[in-house]
Design a protein around this ligand. Structure first.
Ligand code: M6R
Length: 360
């Protein structure tokens, strides 16, 4: 049941420290600077030449996160919407690794993309939450995120766990391909290990409810981020529209001035995600919106320069750039939740949506 929580979504948001601890259990070894993934011996990925991630919705945002992290580690990779895959897949060969990211393991679009890739000769891995799901049975290998059951239609803890699992998988792939562990692994491992505690700290003192109240009655809600902050901006907007029924959009920070800025008014708060990568540029993009009257909510650590300039602040603990977006995302989940609650929406079962979409 929901226990002390009004909704499963809130319960599941608060379960994220535990979910992440479970995802990491036995898989990272900061002392020896290693990542160990049960089914993947070192060398497994040595013959892969490119990685394609396929997924839908929130899982697609996790896939985009994983794909960007892998690219940063020097591996050719791309994230594709599973429902576009049959018309837009790049060339597939027996040296292609296709990673199907699906919480339920039952999403028809994602299963079809994976089947297509398999038929073309690719190796397949699924990153999923459900043991015994169709994706887990059909993929060559399955990596389980161990998030525990997610009842709310809005995916929350599974996004965080998927993104963390994809970070681990990406590090393993990069190590095999490059014959040495990626340069950032040493600093990443202790921060990964600290993620459950960082999340706990964030959840204990989030101002998300006050921010949701402050910007209630806005016309549209915009989310911006760059690099790994971009999928977080997309995810922030998807969650917001899904459960509040209000208009929300996510953009790459630098895209704002290429069109969306025309929509910006004092009634369109802009949530800006700062993850320590070209933050000055994102700040400039946010200020361009602020000049047009839009309130800017900076999602960043205390003491960050953006805090002085923004109209409001959602704090995240200090961490590695590869993980900061995941902390920011949790603040945005909370904003969506409280905004939907103020509007009295049926948070766990938004209209027109199903937890798992088993039709094309
Ligand atoms: O089970 P899956 O991860 O394959 O589901 C994919 C999407 O349908 C899902 O993430 C959807 O976008 C969520 N309801 C968003 O919160």
């Amino acid at each position: 049941g929901k226990g002390e929580y009004d909704h499963f979504m809130l319960k599941e948001i608060y379960e994220q420290p535990t979910a992440l601890a479970q995802a990491l259990e036995g898989r990272i070894d900061p002392e020896n600077g290693r990542i160990a993934l049960e089914n993947f011996e070192p060398g497994t990925f040595a013959d892969i030449s490119s990685v394609q991630f396929v997924a839908c919705g929130t899982s697609y945002h996790a896939a985009l996160y994983g794909s960007l992290a892998l690219k940063q580690a020097g591996v050719q990779s791309t994230a594709l919407l599973a429902n576009e895959y049959s018309v837009s897949a790049p060339p597939i060969g027996d040296d292609t690794l296709v990673v199907a990211v699906t919480q339920s393991g039952e999403t028809a679009d994602t299963l079809n993309a994976m089947r297509h890739a398999k038929a073309e000769g690719a190796s397949t891995v699924t990153v999923t939450n459900v043991v015994g799901s169709t994706a887990a049975r059909e993929a060559d290998e399955a990596l389980f995120i161990r998030a525990g059951p997610e009842i709310g239609v809005a995916a929350t803890k599974t996004f965080s766990s998927q993104a963390v699992m994809l970070t681990l998988l990406g590090q393993r792939i990069a190590a095999d391909l490059q014959g040495e562990v990626p340069a950032n692994l040493e600093s990443l491992l202790p921060e990964l290990e600290a993620m459950p505690d960082s999340l706990e700290a964030l959840l204990e003192q989030s101002d998300a409810e006050a921010i949701a109240e402050r910007y209630e009655n806005s016309q549209s809600y915009f989310f911006i981020g760059r690099g790994l902050g971009f999928p977080v901006a997309l995810e922030g907007a998807l969650k917001f529209k899904e459960i509040t029924y209000e208009h929300a959009e996510g953009f790459a920070s630098g895209e704002l001035k290429h069109g969306p800025l025309a929509l910006v008014t004092p009634d369109t708060p802009v949530f800006a995600v700062f993850n320590g990568v070209e933050d000055e540029k994102t700040l400039k993009n946010a200020e361009e919106a602020q000049t047009r009257g839009a309130p800017v909510v900076a999602v960043c650590p205390d003491g960050h320069r953006a805090v002085d300039i923004a109209d409001a602040h959602l704090a995240i603990p200090e961490t590695e750039p590869d993980l900061a977006g995941l902390l920011a995302n949790v603040q945005l989940q909370l904003v969506s939740y409280y905004a939907a609650d103020l509007l009295d929406r049926p948070i766990d079962k938004p209209r027109n949506l199903a937890k798992s979409v088993t039709v094309e």
